[in-house]
Write a protein of this length. Structure first.
Length: 271
């Protein structure tokens, strides 16, 4: 099979052209420009076998990031595995809000709950190296990925395994951030996400079980004047805002993602 034939085969399977290019470039160790000028070259047997296997998996809906093994987030290249959610651009809204609350000079105590690949924690550590960043995840596999990403990037992040704030007994922070599971069980979009860890996606009948727990636990772990920021579904801002106000949070507000959807809601513990 030629290079051009390999790309044509991807088209017959319904695989996006850019995805096919990226997969082919990876197995051949070349650029997209090279592909376009060598479409009549024969594919070596080893790379062809790997490419065809990847195409089949991609056609079945497996995310490109899992096949390639990494994903870009907030300017950082992060290793991702099926133990972790794939970082999404919408979550950069949460990072930008958090950065506006972390001083550029001086220490700050920050914890990222449900860190997954470490995307949020590492983006904050990269932009605010003086901050003390903790990353928590209940999954040993996910936490291992996050800490491996920290080592690869040369970033200082403490990792703890456990459910939400449980491993942080007696500790207080200036900022708590989290992108927790917030999809309702039985949501019709879940089949399209079947390759990602279900425990990192769903949280009870309305998707808010974990957010309720975090909001209830957070005041005991926030310094006076500290903030809690939460990512949530596009239609959950009113409920999340109400939960924060019920727990006594002040200055409750919502930030919008690049698509204009309400994506993050947060509040400040009274000073």
């Amino acid at each position: 099979m030629t290079v051009g034939g390999a790309l044509a085969h991807a088209h017959t399977l319904g695989v996006d052209r850019l995805d096919a290019h990226l997969l082919l470039c990876t197995v051949l160790g070349c650029t997209r420009t090279w592909l376009l000028s060598h479409d009549q070259d024969a594919m070596p047997e080893g790379p062809l076998t790997r490419y065809l296997s990847w195409l089949s998996r991609r056609a079945d809906g497996e995310p490109l990031a899992y096949l390639l093994g990494d994903k870009e987030f907030f300017g950082l290249t992060l290793k991702v595995t099926p133990d972790t959610l794939i970082p999404r651009p919408d979550t950069e809204t949460l990072v930008e809000w958090a950065l506006s609350l972390i001083p550029e000079a001086g220490p700050a105590r920050v914890v990222d709950l449900g860190t997954g690949s470490g995307a949020i924690a590492l983006a904050l550590a990269h932009a605010r190296p003086q901050a003390n960043i903790t990353a928590v995840d209940a999954s040993a596999g996910a936490l291992a990925v996050a800490l491996d990403n920290a080592r690869q990037l040369g970033l200082r992040v403490r990792g703890l395994q456990g459910s939400w704030l449980t491993p942080l007994a007696g500790e207080r922070f200036d900022l708590i951030v989290s992108n927790p599971p917030y999809i309702a069980e039985g949501d019709p979009h879940l089949p399209a996400l079947r390759h990602e860890p279900i425990t990192a996606l769903t949280s009870g009948p309305d998707g808010l079980d974990d957010i309720r727990l975090i909001v209830a636990q957070a005041p005991a772990h926030l310094a006076p004047g500290g903030w809690l920021l939460l990512e949530h579904g596009y239609n959950q801002a009113p409920e999340v805002g109400a939960l924060l106000r019920q727990q006594g949070f002040e200055e409750v507000s919502t930030r919008f993602d690049l698509g204009g959807q309400p994506r993050c809601t947060g509040g400040r513990r009274p000073a």
